[in-house]
Design a protein. Structure first.
Length: 253
């Protein structure tokens, strides 16, 4: 049985593991944007779910609906496999055995249904016109993060594209976000962090960035709010209107 998102989203001991650099953060001038990938820029859920279910079915394990898979993704591929397995089955040995199969299936099927969300193209066009620095930070394995950016977002230049790789902790550890900020040459306080999950909101807050939650992605509004979203948007164009109009200053915060 799949648990409600709050039951497995984040171990209680990890929520306060990292110090929050600026609990009363506001955003007056934004020089850069860091985007999450899956559920934020790209709708990849169908391809990820189909891959996971194919591997599960091949081993006679129960499969998951698309809505169930919304709450399995986001922690990285290994954690996806662990959570997708029946309770008590996801041992390190079993995960080690299934991971190569998952990667092989996904390598053949990662772009069958995956596409940018409606409105993403025009939003990225506007950011490019305004010469705003843009980056992608994902818990998806780096090889697939790079593929998605190269083939599904090839019309836009991202200053940094970073998926999970050895030596960098998974989000919500702020290490990756702070490294991206350093690579962008920007202070964390001048960066808008855009994502669709509680993981993203925690990452942004712990890194001292402005956590902006999107409502078109995989996770519900209540999760974004609970884990620290300072603002929410329902459509990509709202990001331009609220944060990048003329002088790039926004009022109200």
């Amino acid at each position: 049985m799949l648990l409600a998102w709050g039951a497995f989203f984040m171990p209680p001991s990890s929520v306060n593991k990292f110090p929050i650099q600026n609990q009363r953060m506001t955003l007056m001038t934004c020089n850069a944007v860091i985007f999450d990938l899956d559920g934020t820029l790209l709708d990849t859920l169908q391809d990820v779910a189909n891959t996971m279910n194919t591997v599960l079915a091949e081993h006679n394990y129960p499969t998951h609906t698309i809505d169930e898979c919304r709450f399995l993704v986001g922690h990285g591929m290994r954690e996806l496999v662990r959570q997708a397995l029946p309770e008590g089955v996801g041992t390190p040995e079993t995960i080690d055995r299934l991971m190569p199969e998952f990667i092989a299936h996904y390598a053949d099927n990662w772009n069958i249904n995956s596409r940018p969300y409606p409105g993403i193209s025009s939003m990225l066009d506007s950011l490019a016109e305004k010469r705003i620095k843009m980056a992608i930070l994902s818990n998806k394995a780096d090889q697939f993060t790079q593929l998605c950016a190269e083939y599904l977002l090839k019309e836009w230049k991202f200053d940094v594209v970073m998926g999970h790789h050895s030596g960098i902790a998974h989000k919500p550890d702020p290490e990756g976000a702070l490294l991206v900020a350093q690579m962008l040459g920007e202070k964390p306080s001048s960066i808008l962090y855009v994502g669709d999950s509680g993981i993203d909101m925690l990452t942004a807050t712990r890194a001292g960035m402005f956590p902006l939650g999107v409502l078109w992605g995989f996770r519900p509004e209540c999760e974004l709010v609970e884990f620290g979203a300072k603002a929410l948007v329902q459509h990509p164009e709202e990001i331009i209107k609220k944060y990048f109009v003329s002088s790039l200053k926004r009022a109200g915060f």
